[in-house]
Write a protein that binds this ligand. Structure first.
Ligand code: ZN
Ligand code: ZN
Length: 108
């Protein structure tokens, strides 16, 4: 019974620790928008290009498309017509693009 709750004790604890500390050996990732060095930075691949950011705000500001009508950042699904993006069907209609529906299954 005791064996079930015994935490795993890896024999190669030294090896695991050295892998976890590799941040010391490598340069910390740098946000390409604000320049912040952050060890928990993440990368986003868009159109085959990889971008590195320290937070979602930076990622959104750098990568989110803008509504062609209200210029708001499109963080949700948005709608698309030709090469134009709109934050919602209303903006698309206001910009003269007819027949677009919000492309959001879960909400409708
Ligand atoms: Zn940043
Ligand atoms: Zn809009």
């Amino acid at each position: 019974m005791d064996a079930l709750i015994t935490p795993p004790m890896p024999d190669d604890g030294v090896l695991e620790r050295s892998m976890g500390d590799r941040v010391d050996a490598e340069p910390i990732s740098r946000c390409e928008r604000c320049g912040n060095h952050y060890d928990k930075a993440f990368s986003v691949t868009m159109d085959g290009v990889s971008h590195t950011f320290d937070c979602f705000e930076c990622a959104i500001n750098a990568l989110a498309p803008r509504c062609a009508h209200c210029n708001g950042m499109i963080i949700g699904h948005g709608v698309e017509s030709d090469d134009q993006y709109f934050c919602c069907a209303h903006c698309a209609e206001a910009a003269g693009v007819a027949g677009l529906r919000d492309r959001v299954g879960p909400h409708s």
